[in-house]
Design a protein around this ligand. Structure first.
Ligand SMILES: *Cc1c(COP(=O)(O)O)cnc(C)c1O
Length: 444
C-alpha cells in the first residue's frame, strides 16, 4: 500500500490512486442504496467517487488507498477531540471488560446526565436515545402531548433527523439532494409541519397567531443548510412569540450542543428553551443522543407519565463512557482553544478567498464553522442556495486531492477538534489556497 506523507506536500495536487476505495464502493453499491448507509456520504452533492476510510488519528484520516487527509467532517460533528482520542479509547476498553449492554440502569448514564446538566442547567431532566432522529422525534411527541396541539413549526434548511414530521423542507442530505419533501410521509402528517424562512420573525408571528402550535423547533445556529447564524432579534423573538401563543420553544442542539459555546445555545444567546435535543458531541463518536428540559414537561414521559418512548440500547454503557470521557476533557479552556483554532481557519480562508478574488462569506461559532461562495451574508436557506455551488464542487475536489477533507456538500457545516493544531491549520490553508486557485482556473 502506498502511504503518501501528505503533510509534506503542500499545495500541489497529489496523485491519488483510489483502486481500493472504488472496489469497496462497487461491492457496497450491491448491498446498500448508493453504496452508503446515510445519503450524503455518496457524494451526490459534489459528484465523483467517495473515498472509503480506513482509520483516523487526531486531526487526520486515511483512506483504504493510503491517502491522508486533514479532516473537517469529524463524523459530521461528534469528534470534538479528534479521531481516536486516547481518553475515549481507554474509557471504552475499561468499560467493555464489564459487558457491553445490560438494558438496565447503570451509574454511567447518571454520570453523563450530570455532566450535561453542569453545562446546561435548563435540562432539569433528560432521556438518552441512540440517535438525534429519535431525540427530535420524541421532543415533538412530547410537545404535542403536553400542549394538546398538533402543528409544529420548523424552518427551511433546518434538519431534525429523518422522522416523518421533519422531512418537510429539511436541510442536510435532503437539501443536498434537492428532495424537499420525502415520499412515504403521509400527507395528513406533513400538513401538520409548517415551515418558515429562517430569521423571518414576522412570518413566525403570523403563523403562530393563526395556528395553535405545539412547538417552534430550530437549530439555534443552522449547520444543516450550511452555516447560518440567527440575527440578534431572532431567538429572543421566538421565545416571546412562543410565550405569547402557548407554543413550546425547542432548540435542536444535536449539532450545536457543546460546540457553539461551552454551555450551548442558552449560554450563547441567553434564551432558555423549554425542551432541547442533543446528540453528536455527547456521544464522543458513539451512538448517543438525548432530549430534555423542564422537569414538569419531562415528567410526562413514561413511566412517570403517559407519553411513550423507549430504547433497547438507550443509555448503552460504552456509549455513555465515550460521552463522559469526551465531556470530561472538554473543559471551558479546551472549548476556548478549539474556538481560537476555528477562528484562525476561518480568518485564513477569508484571506485565501480575497487573494483569488472570489465572492465569499464565512463564519464560525465556537468550533462549528462554514462558508459560502457568495458576497452577501447568508441569512436564509434561499441565500445559501444562491451561492456559487458549482465553484464549491470544484473547490471540494481540489481540496480533497490536496489532502483536505471538507463536507461533500455546500449545505453542511464544518467542524474543528482539539487535535487540530496551528500546524494543521496552516497546512490546510496553504492547500486550500492552491485548491481555490485550481477551482477558479477550472472555470476559465
Ligand atoms: C445530525 C442531526 C440530527 C439527526 O441526528 P442523527 O443522529 O443523525 O439521527 C438532528 N438534528 C440536527 C440539528 C442534526 O445536526
Amino acid at each position: 500500500m502506498r502511504i503518501s506523507t501528505a503533510l509534506d506536500v503542500v499545495g500541489a495536487a497529489i496523485d491519488r490512486p483510489s483502486a481500493r476505495s472504488a472496489a469497496i464502493m462497487a461491492r457496497g453499491r450491491a448491498r446498500f442504496p448508493g453504496g452508503v448507509n446515510s445519503p450524503v456520504r455518496a457524494f451526490g452533492g459534489v459528484g465523483g467517487e467517495p473515498f472509503v476510510v480506513a482509520r483516523g488519528d487526531g486531526a487526520r484520516i486515511w483512506d483504504v488507498d493510503g491517502n491522508e487527509y486533514i479532516d473537517y467532517v469529524l463524523s459530521w460533528g461528534p469528534l470534538v477531540l479528534g479521531h481516536a482520542p486516547r481518553v475515549v479509547l481507554d474509557a471504552l476498553t475499561r468499560t467493555m471488560k464489564d459487558g457491553t449492554s445490560f438494558g438496565m440502569p447503570t451509574g454511567l448514564e447518571v454520570e453523563l446526565a450530570e455532566r450535561i446538566v453542569e453545562r446546561m442547567p435548563h435540562l432539569e431532566m433528560m432521556r438518552f436515545t441512540s440517535s438525534g432522529t429519535e431525540a427530535a422525534m420524541s421532543v415533538a411527541r412530547l410537545a404535542r402531548a403536553v400542549t394538546k396541539r398538533e402543528h409544529i413549526l420548523k424552518f427551511e434548511g433546518c434538519y431534525h433527523g429523518h422522522a416523518d414530521s421533519f422531512l418537510v423542507r429539511a436541510g442536510s442530505g435532503v437539501a443536498t439532494l434537492g428532495l424537499p419533501d420525502s415520499p412515504g410521509v403521509p400527507d395528513a402528517l406533513a400538513k401538520l409541519t409548517l415551515t418558515c424562512r429562517y430569521n423571518d420573525l414576522e412570518a413566525v408571528e403570523k403563523i403562530a397567531r393563526e395556528v395553535p402550535l405545539a412547538c417552534i423547533m430550530l437549530e439555534p445556529i443552522v449547520g444543516n443548510g450550511g452555516f447560518i447564524e440567527p440575527t440578534a432579534e431572532f431567538i429572543p423573538g421566538l421565545r416571546r412569540i412562543a410565550d405569547e401563543t402557548g407554543a413550546l420553544l425547542v432548540f435542536d442542539e444535536v449539532m450545536t450542543g457543546f460546540r457553539i459555546a461551552y454551555g450551548g445555545a442558552r449560554e450563547r444567546f441567553d434564551v432558555t428553551p423549554d425542551l432541547t435535543a442533543l446528540g453528536k458531541v455527547i456521544g464522543g463518536g458513539l451512538p448517543v443522543a438525548a432530549y430534555g428540559g423542564r422537569r414538569d414537561l419531562m415528567s410526562r414521559i413514561a413511566p412517570t407519565g403517559p407519553v411513550y418512548q423507549a430504547g433497547t440500547l438507550s443509555g448503552n454503557p460504552l456509549a455513555m463512557a465515550a460521552g463522559i470521557a469526551t465531556l470530561s476533557v472538554l473543559t471551558r479552556d479546551v472549548h476556548d482553544a478549539i474556538t481560537a483554532q476555528t477562528a484562525r481557519l476561518v480568518e485564513g480562508m477569508r484571506v485565501v478567498a480575497a487573494t483569488h478574488n472570489v465572492p465569499f462569506t464565512a463564519g464560525h461559532a465556537g468550533s462549528m464553522w462554514g462558508f459560502f461562495f457568495r458576497a452577501e451574508p447568508v441569512r436564509t436557506f434561499d441565500d445559501a442556495k444562491s451561492s456559487d455551488t458549482a465553484l464549491f464542487k470544484r473547490f471540494f475536489h481540489a481540496a480533497r486531492r490536496r489532502g483536505v477533507s471538507l463536507a461533500p456538500s455546500p449545505f453542511e457545516a464544518g467542524f474543528m477538534s482539539a487535535a487540530h493544531g496551528a500546524h494543521e491549520i496552516d497546512v490546510t490553508l496553504e492547500r486550500l489556497d492552491a485548491a481555490l486557485g485550481a477551482a477558479v482556473a477550472d472555470r476559465e
